[in-house]
Design a protein around this ligand. Structure first.
Ligand SMILES: Nc1nc2c(c(=O)[nH]1)N[C@H]1C(S)=C(S)[C@@H](COP(=O)(O)O)O[C@H]1N2
Ligand SMILES: [Mo]
Length: 253
């Protein structure tokens, strides 16, 4: 028999903020911010900031053939999912700026086509793929993951993509392969922060081969059944749900 004992420091369910309260807090923060912005702007500088409420999901075309296609509007899912507008307007994508609001404005014109993905190193089948060819063999899946940042915020996101494992199986790692290295595009003309030394560029992340081969490691091309917004790492990003967000590298593999 399994007996669950609380361990020292365990968070009791009663201590977790009720969701409704949490959501109210977000709304409150957004309203407070709008009021603040309005009063600062006060006719002096009227730089209109793009807010979550300005994001129109219809700007992002629907991806066909997603399985299973979740009904994002169902009351059950609406209750647990973070809103599209919030996921697409609170981003860590340092190539486009250090503030959460920077990427959605500055990545607007980022060019995601044509896009090449290089798979090389200790693999039997190294190749350069055009994004369309890279994706062709894969059925798009809808997977709801909780995404946690080490900064202590999290979101529940219905991603669309395919397992990283399928890609690795295609590339056939040799017996010498131990790790997978992921690299984001280096293009300071398009990614303004790459002109600074805020971080060592290009952004890189690594996984052990067994982590990369795990069923949950997911290559993402969309969310909410729609094309991935640039600020969330279009055209292709990694999502590793049991690790903090910084492992989930956008925009290139
Ligand atoms: N290339 C690149 N990848 C990155 C980052 C980044 O700044 N640049 N930030 C990481 C961090 S800290 C987080 S929390 C997630 C944020 O992804 P999201 O903005 O789509 O939620 O991307 C991760 N991958
Ligand atoms: Mo993060």
């Amino acid at each position: 028999m399994l007996i669950r004992k609380p361990y020292p420091g365990q968070i009791l369910p009663s201590e977790i903020t009720a969701e409704a309260v949490y959501l109210q807090r977000r709304e409150f923060l957004e309203q407070a911010r709008n009021v603040l912005l309005a009063s600062w702007a006060g006719g002096l500088w009227a730089a209109p900031k793009l807010l979550a409420k300005d994001i129109d999901t219809k700007m992002f075309p629907e991806l066909p053939g997603v399985k299973p296609h979740a009904n994002y509007q169902s009351p059950e899912l609406k209750k647990v999912l973070t809103r599209f507008e919030d996921i697409a307007s609170y981003n860590n994508f340092y190539e486009f700026g250090l503030d959460k609001e920077d990427p959605k404005e500055r990545a607007k014109n980022f060019k995601t086509r044509p896009w090449t993905i290089k798979v090389h190193g200790q693999v039997e089948k190294p190749a350069d793929y055009l994004l369309e060819d890279f994706m062709k063999p894969h059925t798009l899946e809808d997977r709801i993951y909780r995404f946690r940042c080490v900064e202590a915020w999290s979101m529940v996101v219905p991603w669309v993509g395919f397992p990283l494992r399928a890609v690795l199986e295609r590339a056939k790692p040799t017996s010498k392969a131990k790790f997978v290295l992921f690299k984001t595009l280096l293009d300071p003309k398009q990614m303004p922060m790459q002109k600074t030394d805020a971080l060592p560029w290009p952004y890189q992340e690594g996984l052990r081969l067994d982590e990369a081969m795990h069923d949950l490691s997911f290559l993402v091309v969309g969310m909410y059944g729609r094309v991935l917004p640039n600020q969330n790492g279009a055209p292709l990003r990694l999502v590793v749900p049991w690790k903090y967000g910084f492992k989930s590298i956008p925009s290139k593999l």
